[in-house]
Ligand binder design. Structure first.
Ligand code: AP5
Length: 238
């Protein structure tokens, strides 16, 4: 792997443009996975698959799955691999993923990564992992200022991306909400779960045949960071 002048690791992409892109946005809570996904969905014309959003939707619907996972999510713990793997496998069978997709928050454990790569490789997908590297203090600042529109999912931040009218979504005027698991004590649990169960995957990806880029995601505004990610991808922009 070589390092380009921007400090970004570059590697050859196996298969090039002929293969379909499975873009994995990887990083700690608050690193900007959701924010980048939403920009890249627009630019690449492929869907975002956020396991966090899928799980929150199950809770909101009051489904059996939702009831079984609510406490774990509110406590900042990961939910079971089997459940998340099943949700993702079902989602990947939907036709809108045929041209590529963006994974946000998955995989998060070694078991999830093995299941995912087992699905992708035989089906001819190119997995590209973008590791968004952000330091602890910035993460805490970002998460404590995060607000989200419950209607359209647009993400805001009190400091870096305030809405035009305080407390209201710019797109649809909905009252913005704070996520249940963004309380300080829960954020600490989420960061612990990341350090113990998710961060070790970086080494797993390094050892695999897939492409891993490490990107400093702490300073650039979201739009600038998205351009850097797009510049790394083996696909045309729309
Ligand atoms: P999930 O919803 O995936 O949360 P997370 O990984 O903890 O990540 P976040 O959503 O907190 O942060 P983000 O990286 O998306 O940052 P964002 O763009 O919002 O998971 C929640 C829970 O679900 C887990 O704890 C677990 O219980 C369960 N779960 C989910 N997936 C699972 C799995 N695979 N296995 C098991 N359990 C699972 O940005 C944060 C803030 O920063 C925003 O306010 C934003 O506006 C701001 N911001 C973003 N980028 C920038 C920037 N470049 N500059 C300045 N501010 C920025």
């Amino acid at each position: 792997m070589a390092v380009n002048p921007a400090g970004v690791e570059r590697a050859a992409v196996p298969g090039g443009n002929a293969r379909r892109l499975a873009l994995i946005l990887f990083g700690p809570p608050g690193s900007g996975k959701g924010t980048q996904s939403k920009i890249l969905v627009e630019r690449l014309g492929i869907p975002q698959i956020s396991t966090g959003d899928m799980l929150r939707e199950e809770i909101r619907r009051g489904s059996a799955i939702g009831r079984s996972i609510e406490e774990r999510m509110k406590s900042g713990l990961l939910v079971s691999d089997d459940l998340v793997n099943r949700l993702v496998a079902e989602r990947l069978r939907q036709p809108d993923t045929a041209g590529g997709f963006i994974l946000d928050g998955y995989p998060r454990t070694r078991q999830q990564a093995e299941v995912l790569l087992g699905l992708l490789a035989p089906a001819g997908w190119t997995a590209v992992v973008i590791h968004l590297v952000v330091n602890y203090n910035i993460i805490i600042g970002r998460i404590s200022g995060r607000r989200q529109c419950p209607q359209c999912g647009t993400l805001y931040n009190d400091t870096s991306r305030p809405p035009r009218v305080p407390g209201q979504c710019d797109r649809d005027g909905e009252a913005l909400v704070v996520r249940d698991d963004d309380r300080e004590s829960v954020v600490r649990e989420r960061l612990d779960a990341y350090r113990q169960q998710t961060q070790p995957l970086i080494e797993f990806f390094r050892q695999s045949d897939d492409v891993l880029y490490e990107l400093d995601a702490s300073q650039d505004p979201p739009a600038v960071l998205a351009e850097k990610i797009l510049g790394l991808l083996p696909v045309k922009k729309v």
